[in-house]
Design a protein around this ligand. Structure first.
Ligand code: ADP
Ligand code: MG
Length: 735
């Protein structure tokens, strides 16, 4: 219904937003007078308790609290979620059956009666001066209690003509005012604020109006240069237009301003955090040239790819500087990140420091260890694998050796290294598969007095939206090509089977194995934390596959509940080709590298997320042979279907990550709740990516110019940032 503005920033509106932002002389707007002497009281208006607002007594205050509104600022930023455009309202007398319409009228009659089979029918009749129309609901008694004679209400829905009356079944309704004759408000677009039990949108509208009248003249946090450059509405005006729009155009402009403001403040926070790191002088200036890295290059059985050379150069340039490196290395599974990590570790060791390599799981840590131990030994670099399965005695010994500096490179899980180890001189930390730790849970070793260079590696492609926000304070290096010039997923064929097509899939496995290849079968739901029943279920399925389906083949089983040593052994067999099939839970998700494996069969594929499926799929197609990823799934939900469609059709990880974001919405990605992504009220990352990019540019430019926002021009911005981010940016305010 186009007369109700539900989401005025839907995709079609975005183009409009951007055109408003960039087009000069679009509707003249009043830009703030160039910096008046700052009045700090103005900005503190936002911090006043909401009880200061006229009409807000204890009862209303209580209810506002339920909506998270405690201050005047909270109330002024409690924006309507919908608007009703009264200029598009139809006269009841002109309505025809069959059309969709919105009408406004006064409630004349409310009836609740029992229909056939005991259904309770609610009829609410309204009148607008041209005619009557009846809203009809079933079994929703509360509506009969909510709508009262004399109220001004709107009904929207499909008009029908029944029992010689116009009516709308289950209309979408809003109460515009509680009493007849009460002014709705001045403009033609009525705001509908999110309400709650005991607090109607009507009351909120009234309270917001009072707040705007009394305290609406708040200071402008956005610097003049920004307002001008992006032609943004000043805050005072934007607040008014947001709550009580003069027209659609100004409403859009107001909305744009707050989207920009929200993203801009977030980026100021990130820019400041990044700056803090850069002004940090306690970091280590490593030596790029040295015999260890040269020796490594000589020992490698292959030549580095151009992408590898490029990212190594970026990393080493950072490492040479005395400010600590904070860099994210993205490269899909198999792109050869390990050797890049190795160069970083050795650059540190050859400069006289110790280095650590952290992985999310013990399996991965020991994989890394196995992979690089040999070459490190060859180069005379001492290394240790620190895992939970060490005996206390061995562990103590190892920890001592790290502390004394006898061990150059420590490999282990994040938790173990961070919690139990003291270093004698830590220079470099590489963190693998960071997203598994929870995105924002950045390693922080400063309390221990270390200022190492940090390289975060991820094989999970991070869409641009998130790399500009969650990782917005890191520098980014990307490897795009695979060794051998191949592109990711180039020769993997992904197919979706329903579970009845098992035999075809099993036959495919037999054919590949007859050609000398190997296969993975993945069962879901067994993580290291998993319950015994699940392990049992997988075990019995594995047994069935082993004895009934593939009796002639060599089948190994691996799951998260096995001891590290046992896991390693099975993995070793599979690596050496002594097993044809590896039945596994998701422990193989990351880091496993067997180029001879060409089939992956995933059970219940719709129970995995897209990122995880893509990770799993990355285990095959690593050699020169064509590979097959077979998904068993019968997705029942719309989302599940979309996900399966995406994984079958999209090979590129970044593209898939964007698709994932679209399908799931940003809220769920990586569990952003605990990841520290700020709560966004008006902005939507998936929709506002271009505004985000602009806001980021602007924010970084300002922080670059004036890292502490010390100029009087930024006084209000500084205050706003401080109120918003508080302690996490405390350092900014110490200068
Ligand atoms: P990632 O950790 O990024 O998933 P790895 O570092 O495990 O990838 O590398 C995948 C495989 O490619 C390994 O077998 C590795 O030895 C090999 N490899 C890495 N770089 C090159 C290269 N430049 N040329 C050929 N093979 C390479
Ligand atoms: Mg890796």
């Amino acid at each position: 219904m186009d007369n109700i503005i539900r989401d005025i920033c839907g995709p079609e509106a975005l183009g409009l937003l951007l055109s408003i932002m960039s087009k000069p002389n679009n509707v003249p707007i009043s830009v703030n007078q160039p910096s008046k002497p700052a009045d700090d009281k103005n900005i503190d208006l936002l911090k006043l308790p909401v009880s200061k607002v006229k009409f807000v007594g204890p009862a209303i205050m209580n209810n506002l609290e339920k909506l998270g509104i405690e201050t005047v600022g909270d109330l002024l930023y409690h924006f309507p979620h919908r608007y009703i455009d009264l200029s598009k309202i139809r006269k009841i007398g002109e309505l025809r059956a069959g059309e969709n319409a919105t009408v406004v009228g006064e409630v004349k009659d409310v009836k609740l009666w029992r229909g056939r089979k005991g259904t309770r029918v609610i009829n609410v009749s309204i009148f607008d001066g041209t005619g009557y129309i009846v809203g009809t609901w079933f079994n929703q008694d509360f509506i009969a209690r909510r709508l009262k004679e004399g109220m001004q209400v709107t009904f929207s829905g499909k008009v029908a003509y029944k029992y010689r009356q116009l009516q709308i079944e289950n209309p979408f309704y809003d109460v515009l005012s509680e009493k007849s004759g009460e002014p709705v408000h001045s403009g033609r677009i009525v705001p509908i604020h999110p309400a709650t039990q005991g607090l109607t949108t009507n009351t909120i509208r009234r309270v917001v109006k009072n707040a705007l009248d009394e305290y609406g003249k708040v200071a402008e946090p956005l610097p003049d240069e920004i307002l001008k450059a992006y032609k943004l509405l000043p805050r005072v005006e934007a607040l008014k237009e947001m709550h009580f729009p003069t027209n659609r155009e100004l409403l859009l402009k107001a909305r744009t301003r707050f989207i920009f403001e929200e993203l801009f403040l977030m980026q100021i926070g990130l820019a400041a955090r990044k700056k803090r790191n850069e002004v940090q002088t306690k970091g280590i200036a490593h030596r790029r040239e040295g015999e260890l890295v040269s020796a490594l290059y000589e020992a490698l059985p292959f030549k580095l790819t151009e992408d590898q050379k490029k990212v190594i150069d970026e990393i080493q340039s950072d490492m040479e500087k005395s400010m600590p490196m904070n860099r994210l290395l993205q490269g899909e599974v198999g792109s050869g990140k390990t050797v890049v990590a190795l160069v970083a570790l050795l650059t540190s060791v050859q400069s006289g420091y110790q280095a650590a390599l952290m992985a999310p799981t013990e399996v991965l840590a020991s994989q890394h260890y196995i992979k690089i131990k040999e070459i490190l030994n060859q180069l005379g670099v001492t290394t240790a694998l620190l895992t939970g399965s060490l005996t206390p005695k061995d562990r103590l010994k190892m920890v001592e050796e790290v502390k004394s500096g006898d061990i150059d490179v420590v490999i282990g899980t994040h938790a173990i290294i961070q919690e139990t180890v003291d270093f004698s001189r830590l220079g470099m930390v590489v963190i693998d598969e960071q997203h598994r730790f929870g995105v924002m849970q950045r390693i922080d070793l400063k309390e221990k007095g270390y200022y190492p260079d940090v390289l975060v590696m991820s094989a999970t492609p991070i869409p641009r939206t998130l790399s500009l926000t969650l990782y917005g304070d890191l520098d980014v290096s990307i490897i795009k090509e695979l060794p051998g010039g191949r592109k990711i997923g180039e020769h993997i064929n992904t197919v979706l089977f329903d579970r009845n097509s098992r035999d075809i899939a099993y036959e495919k496995i037999r054919i590949e194995i007859a050609k000398g290849r190997q296969a993975y079968i993945v069962c879901p739901l067994i993580e290291e934390s998993d319950k015994l029943e699940n392990v049992k279920a997988v075990m019995s399925q594995a047994e069935w596959l082993k004895t009934k389906v593939f009796p002639q083949l060599r089948v190994g089983i691996i799951h998260g509940q096995m001891k590290a040593g046992e896991k390693e052994e099975v993995m070793r067999w599979f690596n050496k080709g002594e097993l044809d099939i590896l039945i596994s839970t998701t422990v193989i998700e990351v880091g496993i590298d067997v180029p001879n494996a060409t089939v992956m069969l995933i059970e219940d594929a719709d129970r995995f997320g897209l990122a995880q499926l893509h990770q799993l799929r990355g285990r095959i197609g690593r050699g020169e042979h064509k590979s097959y990823c077979i998904l068993f799934a019968d997705p029942t939900t719309e989302e599940g279907k979309k996900r399966m469609e995406a994984i079958v059709n999209i090979k590129d990880g970044f593209e898939l990550a964007e698709a994932d974001l679209q399908i799931r919405g940003e809220g769920q990605l990586f569990g952003t709740r605990q990841s520290g992504l700020p709560d966004l009220k008006v902005a939507k990352l998936t929709r506002d990516i271009e505004v985000l990019a602009e806001a980021r540019k602007a924010a970084f430019k300002i922080i670059d110019k004036d890292p502490y926002l010390a100029s009087p021009l930024y006084q209000h911005l500084r205050q706003e940032v401080r109120d918003k981010f508080g302690d996490s940016l405390e350092w900014l305010f110490q200068a």
